[in-house]
Unconditional design. Structure first.
Lengths: 114, 116
């Protein structure tokens, strides 16, 4: 079975400093991995996705993630945090089935301090 | 164009009552998903429709939960004899074709269900 584990439930950074949100995955096959962001009272929005092409994936709003098979990790990074980045972030794997259903991690709350 | 919409945005009901939650997917999207997000948790898959048929309902917690998509567009999630443990945000998502791979799922804002 596929799963993802987000290693931090809460991350706090200062505005202008780097962001690192950690995610490990478990999958017996080559997975499709995603990061979604959820702002308060708004729908989930796709930040980026990995589907076995380039291992370094660039997403929206300056975020990127690197797929590391040897470490089974898919960490999300951003060089410089902005106040508007404060939100809940989910690491997601697509289940190994013909449905495309998504399996979400528990989420990481990103706090950005001025 | 319009995104995925869900109605109502909030629903408060009493234990034992019946509720219906509606999802309007993006026009032309054949795949539709329902997820449930409990407080402090990530969303959990409930059911997947491809067209009018429920292709995967393995996430429905019990037989009190049922969903339909009669014309392959709008979907309704139905919960009978609601329990306090059903309180959660119910999310709907649609994608162009569904299936394995990188088909992006577009999420609606959710319906917050509170069972008193």
């Amino acid at each position: 079975a596929q799963s993802v584990t987000q290693l931090d439930s809460h991350v706090s950074v200062s505005e202008g400093t780097p962001v690192l949100l950690r995610c490990n995955y478990s999958s017996s096959y080559s997975p499709s991995l995603f990061w979604y962001v959820q702002h308060p009272n708004k729908g989930l929005q796709l930040l980026l996705k990995y589907t076995s092409a380039a291992t370094l994936v660039k997403g929206i709003n300056g975020f990127e993630a690197e797929f590391k098979k040897s470490e089974t990790s898919f960490h999300l990074t951003k060089p410089s945090a902005h106040m508007s980045d404060a939100a809940e972030y989910f690491c997601v794997v697509s289940a190994y089935s013909n449905t495309g259903k998504l399996i979400f991690g528990q989420g990481t709350t990103l706090q950005v301090k001025p | 164009g319009a995104g995925v919409s869900q109605t109502p945005s909030n629903k408060v009901t009493e234990k034992g009552k019946y509720v219906e939650l509606r999802c309007d997917p993006i026009s032309g999207h054949t795949a539709l998903y329902w997820y449930r997000q409990s407080l402090g948790q990530g969303p959990e898959f409930l059911i997947y429709f491809q067209g009018t048929g429920a292709a995967d309902d393995s996430g429905l917690p019990n037989d009190r939960f049922f969903a339909v998509r009669p014309e392959g567009s709008v979907s309704t999630l139905k919960i009978q004899r609601t329990e306090r443990g059903d309180s959660a945000v119910y999310l709907c998502a649609s994608s162009l074709t569904g299936g394995q791979g990188d088909n992006e799922q577009f999420f609606g804002p959710g319906t917050r269900l509170t069972v008193l």
